[in-house]
Write a protein that binds this ligand. Structure first.
Ligand code: TXA
Ligand code: MG
Length: 328
């Protein structure tokens, strides 16, 4: 658990040695390594237990650094970076020569993002090169939103953790692909398709996260089961909360945001009713629920209504809940 100039110096030294440094962002913690070193990138895949065809996001300080690593930096990329960076938007463009294709899952394109956290921007600046950074969890599991979450999954010897406090956003960045005929969202996040379309002044497609069989995945990371707690998890309606808790045959933890959760006896983790606050707390709540070693985690379905901004955030939350509760 570390922060400050001395920690950045240690982190930079580790990165130069090709070793791993977990860094805070406004979304979730990333598992960082030198994005220009094949050896370092290989360590990330192996530490996470991640299939090497699932590409990594490359973190930069700003669009000037991004342009040094992209083969082409389209006008749309410049416009999006100006509007949303530093921030939770990953932009896919053709990869240049300096990021090994191991980081891109073997493919021709690279996802670039400038994270909105001062500690991590200072780290990348001091290192002078971009960092690959998948979420700092074991592959398929719940992403970390606290430094202690990272320390639970990796030893201090393997991963040096820069502690930047709790992640404010709480769910992973929106991923937009600019290498297709039209801009396409591959992963929903807190920056909505509507905002991206408004800034670009053109329509934005949203790739179906779960294509029918036979079709190839738009992004290998969009596998159905993901962000999964250890205990089996299911979605329930608000009026099923009482029954879920009354089931004496198994121990159940309920994540509830509505008034119904207040009335329910037993183990309920109260979730915020505001979309942004719910998103910020979701992964921590799933991890806290898991820590009680329940037989089941029952998650109350989230609202569909609200204003446009809320609707988009609930949409991104719902995407994570679908994956957390998908059959494994
Ligand atoms: O908020 C975030 O994006 C966090 C923080 C640490 O920046 N990172 C993160 O990385 O969520 P990860 O590896 O857990 O998820 C990256 C997603 C995956 O779904 C991956 O398949 C997709 O982005 N992706 C990365 N590069 C890609 C590429 N070149 N083409 C298509 N999809 C890509
Ligand atoms: Mg991840």
């Amino acid at each position: 658990m570390s922060h400050g100039p001395e920690e950045i110096a240690i982190a930079v030294q580790r990165l130069h040695q090709g070793r791993l440094v977990a860094f805070p962002t406004e979304t979730v913690y990333g598992l960082g390594a030198d994005a220009t070193s094949e050896v370092a990138i290989a360590r990330v895949y192996s530490a996470k237990g991640r299939p090497s065809n699932n590409p990594l996001i490359v973190h930069v300080t700003d669009s000037t650094m991004a342009q040094r690593y992209a083969d082409v930096w389209p006008r749309d990329a410049a416009v999006l970076a100006r509007a949303f960076w530093p921030g939770s938007l990953s932009i896919i463009v053709p990869n240049g020569k300096n990021i090994p294709s191991l980081a891109t899952g073997g493919g021709p394109n690279v996802a670039l993002r400038s994270p909105a956290h001062p500690l991590t921007l200072a780290l990348i600046k001091a290192f002078g090169k971009p960092l690959v950074g998948p979420s700092a969890n074991r592959s398929g599991r719940v992403s970390p939103t606290l430094a202690s979450h990272v320390s639970e999954s990796f030893t201090a010897e393997d991963v040096f953790v820069l502690d930047g406090g709790p992640c404010a956003g709480g769910i992973e960045s929106t991923v937009v692909d600019l290498t297709r005929p039209g801009p396409t969202i591959l992963r929903p996040g807190l920056i909505s398709a509507e905002r991206i379309a408004a800034v670009l002044g053109k329509p934005v497609l949203v790739a179906s996260a779960m294509p029918s069989t036979g079709e190839s995945l738009p992004s290998p990371g969009l596998l159905e089961s993901h962000y999964a707690p250890v205990a089996p998890a299911v979605l329930i309606d608000s009026n099923e909360i009482g029954a879920a808790l009354a089931d004496g045959s198994q121990s159940v933890v309920v994540l509830a945001w509505s008034e119904r959760g207040k009335l329910a006896p037993g183990l309920v983790i109260r979730m915020p009713a505001s979309a942004a606050e719910y998103a910020a707390m979701l992964y921590r709540a799933l991890r806290d629920a898991d820590a009680t070693r329940p037989d089941l985690i029952a998650i109350e379905n989230v609202p569909r209504g609200g204003d446009a901004a809320d609707t988009a955030v609930w949409e991104a939350v719902r995407d994570r809940l679908m994956r957390a509760t998908a059959p494994r």
